[in-house]
Structure formats: structure tokens, C-alpha cells
Write a protein that binds this ligand. Structure first.
Ligand code: BGC
Length: 417
């Protein structure tokens, strides 16, 4: 067929189907890093919902836990002037992108949907740049969890730990029984995830806040921080020799299939247990990380909206924002993801005991002062400082660096720009 014929045929087909030729059907392109079993199931729910609303979904998934690879891909696209409709960005990074002038104001959707009234302030503050909504929250993840296989405990004659003393007793027994006590993947963000739970467990929420949120030098280089590194060094001895580079979901799989006993990880790990058909309380336990029962490290996933051209694409973006905030989406997404809804007004009926505990604990800690932002998951400090602190922790995990040297290195890292 010649070009003229192709154009004519396309025009005829379009008029039959009433497809607007300008932008074809509306489309959203969404950058995310939800690629593990549980994560992919969750993302698929958003795709389904958008397609049901007549908006096609262009998946821009970049594998890599914690999202580092995704952020690199995003930067390249924004620099090239072709930002996606939305990207999974969170915490202070939203402000960093806001300053670049590339985020879209979605106040219209927010006002229509009365978001201010249905989001806790701790959530809505993060979604706004200079007082305007530029991002929409999908969930709240709790990071300070310990995932435990009760069969492994039983085999080892160990009991579920609630503090570090009990944790090391259990870990010793599991190791003696010939199993791996701590499932871990040696990647910097996973090291940081364990580290922040240890800081919280050893120092408590007020110390965590001073050290990892306010970056107070005296707290970063303190006997409490040294004790936290000592504890981390001890945890290292219960990790198997093949951990280097292992993805977090493969470490979770080791707990699921009984090769390992415990894993420090946020509740996206629960998404893996659920996807494997496992039941909390029976097949696995979700325990607050040792010593952190009264605290809650929050990690809010959100989709930041980028400036898009054309009325069709802007409308599709609004549809996406509204869909993400709908109670139906927040329910189904979080049932799969392991997290809890970010907004009020979602029924608790279908959520399991781990999610209910998370909801209740978030509520209680928001009153007690135990609710703190996750440093390891980009909620506490800007990305340059978080990256530099993460590097110190990774160096500590992969060398014979002393706890004292690591604590004093944190002070310098906290000044990174
Ligand atoms: C994100 C989660 C994700 C996890 C593993 C976290 O930083 O908030 O949504 O499941 O990383 O990639």
C-alpha cells in the first residue's frame, strides 16, 4: 500500500471507530519499579482500572529494589524532554523534582476529590510542592518489620524475638540447626533497610529522629550509634555467604520456603508471602523489628505527576490521579502490595492481621511520637545525604570498618550536597 492509501485507510477506520486522530486514545505512561511477584500483581490492578476507564497504560517498569535504577531512567527521560505521565517518586525527592519545574499541578483533582480531608497531614504534606498537589499517594508501607518462618523456629527450638537479646538467641539456634538465620540481599538499599531498623531498635524513636532525620552530629557520632553498628556487625554473622547482590524478593523466598528463618524488610515482603498463597500467623509471622514495637518507620509510595502536553493527556493524567485516590483502588492495590491505604475511608474488612496491626500502630505512634520517616526509603532526608549515609552503611557491611569509624563517617556523609 502506498502512503496515501495508508492515510486514507487509517482515516476511514478512525471515522468508523470514532477515534480522535490527534492523540489516538488517551494514554498514561507510568514509571515504576514494581517488578517482583507481589509488586507486579499490585501494579497490574492500576493498569486494569485505567483501562476500564478507557485510558491505555504504557508500562515503564524499571527493575531494581528501592528504585535506584528507576530514578536513573527517569532523570534521562526528563533531561531528554520526554517525561512520563507519572513516576513513582516519594518523600523529599518530590520537592527536588518540584524545584526543577517539571511537575504538574493537580489541585483540580485534589479539590474535587477532597484529598485534604481524606489524607493524614503527614501524608498530604509530602504530596504538595509549594502548597499545591503534585503527587498522589498509593499506600503507606511500614519498614520496621521482621518476617519470620515459624516452622524454622520450631525446627530450631527457638521462639519469636521481640528485642535484640532474644533475636540473637533465636538466630544462634537457627544457625545451629543448620539453617540460615537471616535472609538478606547484599545491596546498599537493603543494608540501609536493616540499619535503620537497628538504629530504631537500639536507640528508640527519639534517637532515630535526631540522628537520621535531623542529622544531629552528636547523635550520629554517639555511643548509641556505635552500639547500633555493633549490633549490625553481629547480624552480619548470621547472613549466608551468597548474599552479595541478591534481590530482596529472593531473600524473602528463602524465608517462605524455609531455607532461612528471618528477614528484616518493609511490608512489601508481605506481598511476596501473599502471592505465594501464605497466611500470616500460620505460615509466617510479621513482627515489629526487635525493640521497635512502639515505633513505626513510614514509607509512602506515591506517583508524582509530570507536565504533559495536550488536553487529552492532561485529562488522562487527572483520571490517573483520581483512580489512585479512589477507595476501590487503595483497597485492592494494598491487599496485594502488603501496605495499607494512604487515605481514610477504606474498609478494613479484607485486610489481614499484619495490615490491621500496621493501621493500628500507625495511628498509635502518630499520637505517641513513635511515627518516623524511613531514611532508607527516601522519606527522611534529601537524596544526596541519604545516598552518602547509605554508602557508609554499605561500606560497613562489606568491610572490617569499625563501628567507631562508621559512626564518625556518618557525620561527614550527613553534610553531602
Ligand atoms: C518501595 C516499595 C517497593 C520496595 C522494593 C521501596 O522503596 O517503597 O514500593 O516495593 O522499595 O522495591
Amino acid at each position: 500500500m502506498k502512503l496515501k492509501q495508508i492515510v486514507q485507510a487509517t482515516l476511514a477506520a478512525a471515522s468508523l471507530l470514532a477515534i480522535p486522530l490527534s492523540g489516538m486514545a488517551a494514554e498514561v505512561e507510568v514509571l515504576h519499579y514494581w517488578t517482583s511477584g507481589g509488586e507486579a500483581k499490585s501494579a497490574a490492578e492500576l493498569k486494569k482500572l485505567m483501562e476500564a476507564k478507557g485510558v491505555s497504560w504504557k508500562d515503564f517498569a524499571v527493575a531494581g529494589g528501592g528504585g535506584e535504577n528507576a530514578m536513573t531512567a527517569l532523570k534521562a527521560r526528563v533531561i531528554a524532554g520526554s517525561a512520563p505521565t507519572a513516576a513513582q517518586i516519594k518523600g523529599p525527592s518530590i520537592q527536588e523534582w518540584g524545584k526543577e519545574g517539571v511537575l504538574a499541578n493537580i489541585d483540580v483533582a485534589a479539590n474535587e476529590g477532597k484529598w485534604d480531608a481524606s489524607l493524614p497531614k503527614v501524608v498530604s504534606n509530602v504530596m504538595k510542592y509549594q502548597g499545591h498537589y503534585v503527587a498522589v499517594p498509593v499506600n503507606v508501607h511500614r519498614v520496621n518489620w521482621l518476617w519470620v518462618n515459624p516452622e524454622v523456629l520450631k525446627k530450631a527450638g527457638a521462639t519469636a524475638p521481640s528485642n535484640f537479646e532474644e533475636f540473637f538467641v533465636a538466630a544462634d539456634k537457627i544457625k545451629k540447626a543448620g539453617l540460615i538465620a537471616v535472609a538478606h540481599g547484599g545491596q546498599p538499599w537493603q543494608d540501609a533497610t536493616v540499619f535503620e531498623s537497628v538504629v530504631l531498635g537500639v536507640g528508640g524513636a527519639a534517637f532515630y529522629q535526631k540522628a537520621l532525620v535531623q542529622l544531629d552530629p552528636a547523635s550520629l557520632n554517639s555511643p548509641t550509634m556505635i552500639k547500633a553498628f555493633d549490633t549490625l556487625a553481629k547480624i552480619k554473622t548470621y547472613i549466608d555467604k551468597d548474599a552479595a547482590g541478591r534481590d530482596w524478593n529472593l531473600a524473602t523466598a528463602m524465608v517462605i520456603n524455609g531455607k532461612a528463618g528471618m528477614q528484616f524488610m518493609g511490608d512489601w515482603a508481605k506481598g511476596e508471602f501473599s502471592a505465594a498463597g501464605k497466611q500470616p500467623g500460620k505460615d509466617y509471622l510479621c513482627l515489629p523489628a526487635p525493640g521497635t514495637e512502639k515505633a513505626f518507620t513510614f514509607n509512602i509510595d506515591s506517583l508524582a505527576m509530570f507536565n504533559v502536553k495536550g488536553a487529552d493527556q492532561q485529562k488522562a493524567q487527572q483520571t490517573l490521579a483520581n483512580a489512585v485516590m479512589s477507595p476501590e483502588f487503595q483497597e485492592v492495590f494494598n491487599l496485594n502490595k502488603g501496605s495499607i491505604p494512604a487515605r481514610a475511608g477504606v474498609s478494613r474488612a479484607k485486610f489481614d492481621s499484619c495490615a490491621l496491626k500496621s493501621m493500628d500502630d500507625m495511628d498509635a505512634t502518630s499520637k505517641s511520637g513513635g511515627l518516623v520517616p524511613s531514611f532508607a526509603h527516601g522519606m527522611a532526608i534529601d537524596s544526596a545525604k541519604a545516598g552518602a549515609i547509605q554508602d557508609v552503611v554499605a561500606r560497613f557491611m562489606n568491610s572490617t570498618m569499625t563501628s567507631q569509624a562508621a559512626a564518625s563517617a556518618l557525620v561527614k556523609a550527613a553534610k553531602a550536597k
